[in-house]
Design a protein around this ligand. Structure first.
Ligand code: GDD
Ligand code: MN
Length: 363
């Protein structure tokens, strides 16, 4: 076996019945150069790994990276690429939805020179999104428009998970990747210091035969965070923005609970306020656990209980700091109540964010 010139990176999460057919399909593609296949599996629970091991035993071109305790398509692809040294890189989904027969044309464009990135596009002339329902097609079109705002290219399908890139171009972007969410291609385009010279090739998005999509509603939130990270991320971290947005929602929860208690039970105001604050904290903990810290998400009753306890402790301290600072500023009426109040809230919020990321959701 000669050293390969192309590494095909294949992210997998619960794709047991797809990896075999994909491997077979890749083997008969007339690639025109020696290649290796790097599967990056996030500890699938359906036996994908055993299937991959079987394949790798018979073919030296196949490698498997097994990640434990991690989830994320973007980081899986990045780590797969980082594990290789070939001059050309390609990414393809494991579920046969991408058309592997387009790969040779993609690679040919890169080898010709003058192109850094070739993207398989569902929207380029001749391409198609296949059998997507209207709803998903609309969401995808909107996301594509938004993406145009942050990438410096005019890709018709910047959300594509199917592309080929030169090692040089990847190296030029990899240090600034946000690693947020699903959209690795978008991340690479937005992180590259020099605009990438791109080309597109159409393909028809196939219907999934086995298993199911891992794209859920949370992906939309992750996508927004990626956009935030790439636009104002150098000023405020996207995670902080997420934490604040959920915090603002928490205020709404607090006020609703307070209103409900005051309207119905009419206990002492202090009690009502304390209960409302407790409910808001629990709400904030669970929502942040799913949205802000998706990658470090706490799971299982024990971990959740411990996390909730530390979050409540952190936030209680934050509340004390909040009141203390506001009170200090308000003393002698040096600052108006609203400025003092706002300063207290801000300090408390920053504290909650910083302390909970270090304690509750320790990396
Ligand atoms: N290692 C790893 N970790 N792999 C993952 C993860 C993860 O957390 N989540 C998904 N994958 C793998 C899947 O196993 C599959 O091989 C591939 O990534 C795509 O996941 P799907 O769940 O099938 O996504 P999709 O079909 O809804 O969307 C795909 O195609 C679109 C069109 O090209 C993705 O590639 C999108 O990014 C893309 O826009
Ligand atoms: Mn898919």
């Amino acid at each position: 076996m000669t050293t390969p010139s192309l590494s095909i990176i294949i992210p997998t999460f619960n794709e047991r019945d797809n990896v075999g057919p994909l491997y077979d399909a890749l083997c008969v593609v007339p690639m025109g150069l020696d290649f290796e296949m790097v599967f990056v599996d996030d500890d699938s629970t359906d036996g994908t790994r055993d299937r991959l091991a079987e394949i790798a035993r018979h073919d030296m071109r196949v490698r498997v990276i097994h990640r434990i305790g991690r989830r994320g398509l973007a980081t899986a692809v990045t780590e797969g690429m980082l594990s290789t040294t070939t001059p050309y890189l390609a990414v393809i989904d494991a579920d046969m939805q991408h058309d592997e027969r387009v790969l040779p044309a993609m690679i040919a464009k890169l080898r010709k020179g003058g192109t850094d990135l070739v993207v398989g596009s569902r929207y380029h002339e001749g391409g198609s999104i296949g059998e997507w329902d209207k709803q998903r097609a609309r969401v995808s079109a909107l996301a594509t428009k938004l993406a145009g705002l942050i990438t410096h290219s005019d890709l018709s399908d910047p959300m594509s998970g199917f592309f080929a890139i030169t090692r040089e171009a990847f190296d030029g972007a990899v240090r600034d990747l946000s690693g947020q969410g699903y959209k690795i291609l978008l991340d690479i385009c937005a992180s590259s210091k020099t605009p990438l010279r791109t080309q597109e090739l159409p393909y028809r998005f196939r219907t999934r035969q086995a298993g199911e999509s891992k794209l859920d509603a949370l992906i939309v939130w992750e996508y927004l965070l990626l956009l935030i990270d790439k636009t104002i991320g150098h000023v405020v971290p996207a995670r902080f923005v997420s934490f604040m947005a959920i915090g603002a929602l928490g205020v709404l929860v607090h006020m609703s609970v307070l209103a409900m208690i005051m309207e119905t039970a009419r206990p002492s105001f202090a009690w009502a306020q304390a209960i409302a604050a407790g409910v808001a904290m629990v709400f904030n903990f669970f929502v942040n656990n799913v949205l802000t810290y998706r990658d470090r998400r706490l799971k299982g009753a024990a971990a959740l209980a411990k996390g909730l306890a530390s979050f409540v402790a952190v936030c209680s301290f934050g509340a004390v700091a909040n009141v203390g600072i506001a009170n200090f500023l308000f003393a002698d009426y040096r600052y108006g109540w609203w400025l003092a109040g706002f300063a207290g809230v801000l300090v408390g919020a920053v504290w909650n964010y910083a302390a909970s990321s270090l304690v509750t959701w320790r990396a």
